[in-house]
Design a protein. Structure first.
Length: 113
């Protein structure tokens, strides 16, 4: 089955860190650009970070310098390391690839004291 499964979310205090994982199955994630999106309550889904096939990365201005997207091809997994988290980072985070048209279940990240 071709799918992406996100994990690693949780509740963290402002200034804390979390590392999200996106496990791909049924296809080779290394052959595609991979992205992380997020959707906060009452807001539209937004692009957070992208990693290309060659490892090049791009970030939304709001997370630049705090988040790092990476990929581990041997595990067919993409990660999002999130540092210096802020309350405005609270959202459901989704992994996406052009290989799959649908969205996964996402993983909830809540930043609160």
């Amino acid at each position: 089955q071709v799918q992406l499964v996100e994990s690693g979310g949780g509740l963290v205090q402002p200034g804390g860190s979390l590392k999200l994982s996106c496990a791909a199955s049924g296809f080779a994630a290394r052959m595609y650009a991979m992205s992380w999106y997020r959707q906060a309550p009452g807001k539209e889904r937004e692009l957070v970070a992208v990693i290309g096939i060659g490892g090049g990365t791009n970030y939304a201005d709001s997370v630049k310098g705090r988040f790092i997207i990476s990929r581990e091809n041997g595990k067919n997994t993409v990660y999002l390391q999130m540092n210096s988290l802020k309350p405005e980072d609270t959202a459901v985070y989704y992994c996406k690839t052009p290989r799959i048209s649908s969205w996964g279940q996402g993983t909830q990240v809540t930043v609160s004291s």
